[in-house]
Design a protein. Structure first.
Lengths: 159, 150
């Protein structure tokens, strides 16, 4: 049986708030590019398949900024489901924008999320036999909307 | 909703499988022997024996893929190729897959996310997008289909 198209199903949204400080950018690195850091201050999760919070100060994003301007995410933090289950989240993916949009984003000005590319494929760790174990054996894809001080993500399950 | 654009079909022949049973998990390992890929924007070959897949296999036989190897486009460009993903399903179905029996893809869940590193040029789009896909075993090897997430 050959699939002609993958189906996506909306599962949840995560509103991630970032610490305003420290916000770092190291480089240029000997191996090329730059490394950034931004801490996760907290956040909330809503949606049909998961509700909960982003555990405050449980991690951050350590993005790698390539010489071609693409930002490669490397975010790790803990989310907590409404039933108290701790879930490790590792988010990876990339973001890039045309130069004028990039400039506005650097200046933390608002931009239309459809004017840039911001896509991620997170993975999750959670205890065996938890009601959320399905998240460890599912492929997810998400879209980010980056704002001043927070990012809103919409996640889809790849059926 | 996110839009998908079909990117390529990749067919590979894998070598012998080995397993390393650590205190924590089983690490599988298999080297890619040869293969080809083709899509609307690019086609080429899998560089023979240029890498492989080293999945972590859980107690319930869920496999977490961790593959790296090289592709080469028809214009000679070498591409570093990495894939993560998962294969899960009912234990008896997963056992049959591991025993190399013929199993209908509808009986299990196999979803992957590849990433590519390329030199600047016409294949740039591979390194600037997220991709998702599926895999299944065909009569002569494994067949993967990947879509670009627009």
């Amino acid at each position: 049986m050959e699939e002609t198209e993958l189906q996506l199903r909306y599962v949840f949204s995560i509103h991630v708030e970032f610490d305003p400080r420290p916000r770092l950018k190291l480089g240029p690195l000997p191996s090329g590019g730059y490394r950034g850091f931004i801490g996760v201050a907290g956040g909330t999760i809503t949606g049909p398949r998961l509700q909960g919070i982003v555990l405050p100060h449980s991690g951050g994003d350590y993005p790698f900024i390539r010489n071609d301007g693409v930002v490669v995410f490397d975010a790790r933090y803990i989310i907590v489901a409404a039933d108290g289950t701790n879930i490790y989240m590792m988010n990876r993916g990339c973001r890039h924008a045309p130069p004028d949009i990039s400039r506005k984003m650097e200046a933390l000005e608002p931009v239309d999320p459809n004017s840039y590319y911001f896509r991620v494929t997170p993975i999750f760790d959670v205890a065996k036999d938890s009601p959320h174990e399905w998240m460890t054996r599912t492929l997810f894809v998400g879209k980010g909307d980056r704002r001043n001080g927070y990012t809103d993500f919409e996640y889809y399950e790849v059926l | 909703m996110l839009e998908l654009e079909f990117a390529m079909e990749l067919r590979v022949r894998l070598g012998e499988r080995f397993h390393i049973h650590t205190a924590t998990h089983t690490r599988g390992t298999v080297i890619v022997q040869e293969g080809t890929f083709e899509g609307p924007r690019i086609k080429g070959i899998v560089v023979p024996q240029s890498g492989g897949d080293h999945p972590v296999i859980c107690d319930d036989l869920t496999a977490r893929f961790d593959a790296t190897y090289l592709l080469q486009a028809d214009d000679g460009t070498l591409i570093f190729f990495r894939v993560h993903g998962v294969r899960s399903g009912p234990p008896d179905v997963l056992k049959r897959i591991l025993a190399k029996e013929k199993v209908d893809p509808s009986e299990y869940y196999m979803r992957l996310s590849p990433s590519f590193e390329v030199p600047p040029g016409p294949h740039d789009w591979l390194s600037k997008h997220v991709f998702i896909g599926t895999g299944r075993r065909g009569p002569h090897g494994s067949i993967f289909r990947y879509w670009m997430v627009k």
